[in-house]
Design a protein. Structure first.
Length: 129
């Protein structure tokens, strides 16, 4: 089982939540605390930009998929922007099978996905121009 790690930091005007390893119910307590920290940080920002970086993530289960959707809706309600980046081929395929990446990324509430964190930051901040 891959070791679970979490990092939350600012990058180019975006809040980036980077996950490492496997996000499973085995790490529920740690993940719950990290999710609560993301929510705390989002609650003090108008029109937040949140990027979930999964570049170093081996696996995630249904718990995490639910949290991704919940965070996406929360950010949308605050007139913010939400994106995923760094999905492995396997996780990308899973998200497509669940029809979470195939919707129109320009429509409100739909998930945006970028290959890298830099692309995600650029994509979310280009809307200011």
């Amino acid at each position: 089982m891959g070791e679970y790690k979490f990092e939350l930091r600012e990058d180019g005007g975006c809040l980036v939540a980077a996950f490492t390893g496997q996000i499973t119910t085995h790490f529920y307590t740690e993940f719950r605390d990290d999710y609560n920290e993301i929510c705390r940080r989002l609650s003090v920002v108008d029109s937040p930009r949140l990027i979930i970086d999964l570049t170093e993530t081996d696996f995630f289960g249904s718990l995490f998929i639910g949290i991704i959707l919940k965070l996406s809706v929360s950010v949308g309600r605050q007139n913010g922007q939400f994106a995923l980046c760094g999905l492995s081929d396997q996780l990308d395929e899973l998200m497509k099978k669940l029809m979470l990446l195939e919707r129109n990324a320009d429509a409100a509430g739909d998930l945006k996905h970028y290959s890298t964190r830099a692309e995600a930051v650029s994509g979310l901040t280009s809307l200011d121009a």
